[in-house]
Design a protein around this ligand. Sequence first.
Ligand code: 4AD
Ligand code: MG
Length: 479
Amino acid sequence: MKRSEIKQVLAEANFGDKVLIKGWVKAFRQNRFIQINDGSTIHNIQAVIDFENTDEATLKRITTAAAVAVTGELVASQGQGQKFDLIVSQIEILGDADPDEVSKTILQPKKHSLELLREQAHLRFRTNLFGAVFRIRNATSFAIHKYFNDNGYYHIATPIITGSDAEGAGEMFRVTNFGPTDAPLNEDGTVNWSEDFFGKETNLTVSGQLEAELAAMALGKVYTFGPTFRAENSNTTRHLAEFWMVEPEVAFNDLVDNMDLAEDFLSYICKYVTENCPDDIAFLNERELKEDQAKPMAERNELSLSERLDFVINNDFERITYTDAIDLLRNSKPYKKKKFKYPVEWGTDLQSEHERFLVEKHFKKPVIITDYPASFKAFYMRLNDDGKTVAAMDILFPGIGEIIGGSQREERYDVLKEKCAAFDIAEEDVWWYLDTRKFGTAPHAGFGLGFERMVMFVTGMTNIRDVIPFPRTPKRAEF
Ligand code: 4AD
Ligand code: MG
């Protein structure tokens, strides 16, 4: 008999159908009821065995976490909350799971902390929670490709090994073939990179943007979606050393077009996930409500997960310039009561306490902050007519902080060259980037969405390490 997946059985089968199911035992009660899950859905199927006619040896091997193949007939379930019971005619143990070993792991069916689950990331896929999270992560990724494909964008592969530093920040991972002690040195004692594999200093990329811009200057609308790497030592719930970024880049778009695109895109993803992962979202929604009940009022979510997704689908984001945001903050209660730890002054970057106030307390919705001072934004952002600010945009989400960073790009050759000089970027390192401004340059804009931060938003998970299968963070590269 051909194997059926549980998702398909629950959706399409009829009473009386004979099916073959393969999956893992979630629980075995009263020597009779086996809960089986195969990953196709959050729902289990309940197999019912006739223990009097099952041999002792087999019965003993039906343990939590064991892999089984079950053939049987579907009947109306006696239990609550499920349509079918699977009356077992044949059961085969495909892989045993020793209860003593299981009891030492998170496979033991009881509540485990997220920290413990992280330490056993090889097994956490088996939990209901991580099954739901990773099915939703998959749907989010698919939604992103679908959105761009349906809207005429081309997916561009940008390099992971790069010789340029797109963001101008000193926080990259070096790629080298030199051994720990055998790097050839120049006379002044510095490493002679010209003898290394690529004949120059190379790193893991922090962004595919600069290369995406080159493609946009011919193909019009493109996007990249790949892993990016940052060696910043930020041990926070929102930073990974290896994360995925989605970067659309569009010729002839200005900053307003860029904001419109980002809003439409984010709301599409929320809608797609809501429509295509209803069971997993319902599970996470319930879980969050339960967790919230154990928390003091002030720490509970004002909106449930589903309500937050609906909010993004149905409402426009707030748009405010950096300069207006500074004014607003300086007139706010926490500022006047000296509750902010960091200064609020035009020309300094906003800290997360300021962003949270704007998004979570003041506007109570996603906020797009635009036109930041040129001094602390990347060299490629387009200089505004005031000569002080750039056509930048950051999108801030409740509970997440910055989810998108982007800008209109500096398309004027002379201005861009001046910016390189001001930011100490050697022209010979980015000659190819500067070149596009010489041959039919045009206004263009784009942004980068932190994929894991988006998955945090659509799952309601509050630590970024719980939305990527194998997180890479300072001092941690296990698995
Ligand atoms: O704001 P960022 O640094 O922008 C860029 O890299 C631009 N080149 C994007 C572009 O315009 N094409 O990063 C973009 C987003 C952030 O808003 C954040 O969501 C995410 O990437 N991000 C991180 N996510 C997880 N861990 C980290 N360490 C992250 N750093 C940035
Ligand atoms: Mg940013």
